[in-house]
Ligand binder design. Structure first.
Ligand SMILES: C=C(O[C@@H]1C=C(C(=O)O)C=C[C@H]1O)C(=O)O
Length: 94
């Protein structure tokens, strides 16, 4: 028997998941451009000072939004680590 309430929740979840994928795709497009710029200008793949500032900012935003700051930091760390791997690959390809 179809559960309309559960279906409506799930439609919303599916829309949010699609938005997350599109936002991540845009973010990786920009970070790829940053990686190419860094590789051609002899800049290091990682910038820990910038990362610390981003993490502090996202933790504060998460708290305001009633989202777990620990989870938010882990999520951003996971993404940034992947970006750094891409930047290292771009650097090594030169
Ligand atoms: C994108 C950059 O390169 C790296 C990746 C970052 C990110 O994904 O936000 C942040 C800092 C850098 O370690 C950058 O330097 O801005």
């Amino acid at each position: 028997m179809p559960d309309e309430t559960l279906n409506r929740f799930r439609q919303s979840i599916d829309n949010i998941d699609a938005a997350l994928i599109h936002m991540l795709a845009e973010r990786f497009k920009v970070t790829q451009a940053v990686g190419a710029y860094k590789a051609t200008h002899n800049l290091p793949p990682a910038d820990p000072t910038r990362e610390d500032a981003q993490i502090a900012r996202l933790r504060a935003l998460a708290k305001q939004a009633d989202l777990d700051p620990e989870f938010s930091e882990k999520f951003l760390r996971f993404i940034i680590d992947e970006v750094i791997r891409h930047h290292e690959r771009l650097r090594d390809a030169i």
